[in-house]
Design a protein around this ligand. Structure first.
Ligand code: CO
Length: 134
């Protein structure tokens, strides 16, 4: 697979207001979008930093994916998101190559993006998100 670039980095945080303010103050980041997605158990803020982007993720409860991540590993890097063309085709190719996928099919992710996740075991310990470039 050939990713077109890194779409964003996902960071798990305990306090979203505090994290947004920190990224604005320390890195000059701009708040691009913010939303709460109960079905995914997160409140998220997309922070734009030049051509890059950091997605700050606060769990809505302890019994959510990000909540369990925070309890186990504390705040910090949660995932790397790669932009790819033909997401559905890429997932088929990765599955054929035996790459361990969390999602076999794309689904609607944060901020209206079409995404699918690749297991951390397939990427040396880092959860990978594939974001469709359309
Ligand atoms: Co993400």
């Amino acid at each position: 697979m050939e990713a077109k670039g890194i779409h964003h980095l996902g960071v798990a945080v305990e306090d979203l207001d505090d994290a947004v303010a920190t990224y604005q103050r320390v890195f000059g980041a701009e708040l691009e979008q913010r939303e709460t997605v109960p079905e995914q158990g997160v409140e998220a803020a997309a922070m734009r930093i030049g051509v890059g982007r950091v997605e700050l993720l606060r769990p809505l409860g302890a019994d959510t994916h990000v909540g369990r991540f925070l309890a186990k590993r504390g705040p910090g890097m949660h995932h790397v998101a790669y932009e790819v063309a033909d997401l559905r085709g890429q997932l088929r190719r990765l599955a054929d190559e035996g790459v361990e996928l969390i999602d076999e099919e794309p689904h609607r992710g944060l901020f209206g993006l079409e995404v699918a996740f690749v297991h951390p075991d397939a990427a040396h310990g880092v959860l990978a998100e594939l974001v469709s470039s359309g």
